[in-house]
Design a protein around this ligand. Structure first.
Ligand code: G4P
Length: 531
């Protein structure tokens, strides 16, 4: 048994595009000491990397922070921060990444409140009762009424809210923040709000006369009244309620001006839960979940990134360790294939570097280089037959026929398409009849990425053509004969996914519903989960 995992904090930042996720990520890394001041560290060459929001940090700031996971240490805790693509067309990727975290920071723009993508991502977190810390960003700009923002979170997300850091003035009047839990004022170091790290001033209470001097007699009365209301009018902080996902602590701040970032980091370390037990498939005799202190090493692949280094055709599987004490060189079994994989060169992704991972425990994110042995959703374990659940494939909403510009490259194209599918970037379907090959995605932007990547990384030029189909349904049911009869009767509209599972190709959502009505013995499933 190991309890080394207890200091791991594995989390993601969720937000609507432009709310400030990238800025906050950078400032959290700065506050932890994982990277130094912006601009000091130059990006390493022009190594091409798979699409990541963090690329923006590199490009804008000249800082080298890479890949989909970043590990850093601060104040005795080891933080694993996972990147979630902001654009909604990459929502599947985000969904899967959120299965690998134990908590999340929700960034909200103070001028906008809850936006569509915030709500969607929040709902994904709610499915797993992931605890959420709320960071209301950009209080240095004119925003909405602070209480209105709090009430919106409470009403729309059905959460208890508990403000812990309060802004002293907003927009042009912004003077700093007040740490309600510790009675401290967080001030700009140089007295103006464009300063670097805030300095802090300990007070006895919000009635301390030094607050009058700091923010001026005119505004102090309003500030005190607002803070009293913030303390009295909302739920008190309750660690259990937070960890159960029913209460969110709220921090007002400015990522850009580095306000409330250190406090946020401190409290992720203090309040966010350590790794939690994970659910497994139904075939696990007796065990419905595996505890992080279980002796046997286990983990699952939540993301695969290919060709991070164009000089080597490498694929890195991002594995969240769920139990045991993993050691480099160990052999773990991939449940899907039944094959044992010797893991000789596992990687930790530090903020600026990769390091050989000698040892890892639950909560840690380990990169495993491989040549196709690992795909998204795979479980690796010392146990036989263990399969973690919760990483479904979603029915695509766009289907395209893949037309090769050079028909001689059919083999390369198929290999490349399957590699992309194993990354979770798309799905592929082979119709029962004919030689066509279909690709399915959830968002249109993914099509551009597929075309561009096939060309750049695999040297295959394709056109993705409209083909008349819009979606698929996985065929399921208690009776195999019902499925077989349906497949035999509808051969022209049946294909196989990359695991060989039969799917119905539908020309519209309506047609999918119609087929379902007409074939009561067959299930038409919008998601497929390996169990
Ligand atoms: P995202 O990753 O969530 O999409 O957001 P990002 O951090 O890229 O921030 C979006 C814009 O909001 C950026 O401005 C950024 O500077 C600004 N921003 C982030 N945090 C704050 C804050 O606390 N206060 C203020 N006033 N602005 C903030 P931009 O003009 O798009 O980019 P840039 O050229 O300024 O970098």
């Amino acid at each position: 048994m190991t309890d080394a995992y207890l200091n791991r904090r594995t989390f993601a930042i969720i937000s609507h595009p432009d709310a400030g996720k990238t800025t906050l990520t950078e400032k959290l890394l700065l506050a932890s000491g994982a990277i130094r001041l912006a601009g000091e560290v130059k990006a390493k060459g022009d190594r091409r990397r798979a699409r990541s929001d963090w690329l923006a940090i590199e490009q804008k700031r000249g800082i080298s922070v890479t890949t989909s996971a970043m590990t850093f240490e601060h104040d005795g805790a080891i933080f694993n921060l996972l990147d979630t693509p902001g654009h909604e067309d990459f929502s599947e990727d985000t969904y899967r990444t959120l299965t690998a975290v134990d908590s999340a920071i929700m960034v909200i723009d103070a001028a906008k409140g809850i936006e569509t993508q915030t709500r969607k991502l929040f709902e994904v977190c709610r499915l797993r009762d992931i605890p959420i810390i709320t960071y209301i960003n950009k209080v240095d700009r004119e925003g909405r009424d602070l209480f209105e923002l709090l009430d919106e979170i409470a009403d729309q997300l059905a959460l208890d809210v508990c403000p812990l850091v309060w802004p002293l003035g907003t927009g042009g009047q912004f003077k700093g923040c007040y740490d309600l839990a510790h009675d401290r004022v967080l001030l700009p170091a140089d007295g103006n709000v464009s300063g670097a790290f805030a300095k802090t001033l300990e007070l006895d209470s919000a009635d301390d006369p030094r607050l009058d001097e700091l923010i001026g007699a005119d505004e102090v009365a309003d500030a005190r009244e607002a803070m009293e209301l913030a303390r009295e009018g909302y739920a008190p902080f309750d660690l259990k309620a937070f960890r159960e996902g029913t209460l969110t602590p709220v921090y007002f701040g400015s990522a850009l001006k580095e306000f409330t970032v250190a406090e946020l980091l401190r409290d992720v370390g203090k309040f966010a839960p350590p790794p939690q037990p994970r659910k497994t498939g139904p075939q696990q005799a007796g065990a419905e979940e595996i505890s992080p202190d279980d002796d046997a090493v286990s983990g699952f692949v939540f993301k695969v990134q290919a060709n991070m280094d164009p000089n080597h055709r490498d694929r890195i599987a991002f594995v969240r360790i769920c139990s045991g004490r993993f050691k480099r060189g160990m052999k773990l079994k991939v449940t899907r294939t039944g094959k044992a994989l010797a893991i000789n060169a596992p990687i930790f992704f530090m903020a600026q570097d990769r390091q050989l991972a000698e040892e890892a425990v639950a909560g840690d994110i380990v990169g495993i280089p491989n040549h196709g042995a690992l795909g998204v959703g795979d479980t690796l374990s010392e146990r036989d037959g263990l399969q973690y659940t919760g990483l479904p494939d979603f029915a695509p909403e766009i289907i395209r026929r893949v037309r090769l510009d050079d028909p001689m490259k059919s083999k390369q194209m198929k290999r490349a398409m399957i590699a992309l599918a194993e990354e979770g970037a798309s799905q592929v379907f082979t119709p029962v009849l004919g030689a066509d090959f279909y690709v399915g995605v959830v968002g249109a932007l993914q099509l551009d990425v597929i075309e561009a990547r096939l060309k750049a990384e695999y040297g295959v030029a394709v056109t993705l053509e409209v083909c008349g189909y819009e979606t698929v349904r996985w065929l399921g049911g208690d009776e195999d004969t019902d499925i077989q009869t349906f497949v035999a009767k509808n051969q022209g509209a049946v294909a196989h996914d990359r695991y060989g599972a039969p799917v119905y190709l539908a020309r519209s959502q309506w047609e999918a519903g119609y087929a379902e009505d007409k074939n009561p013995g067959v299930q038409f499933l919008k998601t497929r989960e390996r169990t």
